[in-house]
Write a protein that binds this ligand. Structure first.
Ligand SMILES: C[S@@+](CC[C@H](N)C(=O)[O-])C[C@H]1O[C@@H](n2cnc3c(N)ncnc32)[C@H](O)[C@@H]1O
Length: 300
């Protein structure tokens, strides 16, 4: 876990996390995998890596996410980076789900911590986790196997996923937006809008923009290159700008937030209804049931 020196993370927090984590366990895990061979199972040649992504360090780890070290160290670091408790924070996203989803896409899924919780909460739903890093997907797949969860993992860019229009009832992203420039957040929200059925829901879990603005020093801790522009921005406003309705952001444990938006359902007089669609297969077959689902025929 190489950390940049002369930062709060490099000087103070990284040594503490190293002390708390079982480094031998993670070293053994890292050595047990042929990362290049396994990442080739996920890697898609049509995925173009954006420059904002591979020219930055994230979380003080040099080289970004396109390496095994990021995949191995992500969970032990994140456990301490989401106070007061990682599971409680992620649960806030699950609790905000208002649809009865049959198809869920988790963008920037990383090592799959939220994706696994989505599958556990909605076992009947088909769930896909998508990430730009095939190394993160190796770790995510491993965790799902251990939990006996059937989740599809897909190498891809959240800005342009190549899934067909209206493929999902629920699209989520946790801890993705503070790691992308705000123009990329906007493009991702546009993609969410395209991917959702009418009445479908988007949910974004991330740092509280309000608290990050008030506590600017927090932005220095984890060496996040885009966190200041994220803090100055508004996920609500960006959701509204791409057409989501019933947009609202709730603070979670003060330093996190969950933002929700609904893709409006067009009604006959040309207006829209900002109601989430309750997908109950027995009575609702006018939208998804007859729809081919190429999204779920895809293997990585
Ligand atoms: C901070 S991690 C969050 C991982 C996971 N969602 C979580 O909650 O722990 C950010 C993840 O987003 C991925 N990522 C960043 N930009 C992306 C993009 N444009 N498309 C897909 N994944 C992206 C990174 O590879 C990384 O795994």
């Amino acid at each position: 876990m190489a950390a940049r020196p002369n930062t709060i993370w490099g000087n103070f927090l990284s040594p503490v996390v190293r002390f708390l984590m079982d480094e031998d366990k993670w070293r053994r895990y890292a050595q047990s995998i042929d990362w290049e061979k396994e990442s080739d199972r996920f890697r898609r040649t049509d995925v173009i890596i954006p420059s904002y992504y591979n020219h930055q360090n994230f979380h003080g780890i040099e080289g970004g996410y396109l390496n095994s070290s990021a995949a191995v160290s992500y969970d032990p670091i994140t456990e301490y980076a989401l106070p007061p408790n990682e599971t409680w924070v992620r649960q806030a996203l699950i609790d905000a789900v208002k649809v009865q989803p049959r198809r869920i896409l988790d963008l920037g899924c990383g090592t799959g911590s939220t994706t696994l919780m989505l599958k556990q909460a909605f076992p009947q739903a088909d769930v896909i986790g998508l990430d730009l890093s095939p190394y993160m997907l190796i770790r995510a797949e491993d965790k799902a196997k251990i939990e006996g969860l059937d989740i599809s993992w897909r190498h891809g860019n959240a800005e342009t996923t190549s899934f067909p229009d209206a493929s999902f009832d629920l699209v989520t992203a946790s801890l993705l937006f503070h790691e992308t420039p705000v123009v990329v957040c906007q493009t991702i929200l546009q993609e969410c809008f395209r991917l959702l059925v009418a009445g479908g829901q988007v949910l974004i879990l991330d740092g509280s923009q309000k608290s990050l603005r008030q506590l600017d020093w927090l932005n220095d801790i984890f060496e996040e290159p885009y966190i200041r522009e994220y803090a100055a921005d508004s996920v609500d406003a960006r959701m509204g700008a791409v057409g989501f309705e019933a947009v609202r952001t709730e603070e979670v444990w003060w330093i996190h937030q969950v933002s929700s938006g609904v893709k409006p359902i067009p009604v006959k007089d040309g207006t829209t209804q900002a109601k989430v669609r309750q997908h109950i297969p027995a009575i609702d077959n006018n939208n998804l049931e007859g729809l081919e689902s190429p999204a779920f025929g895809i293997t990585a």
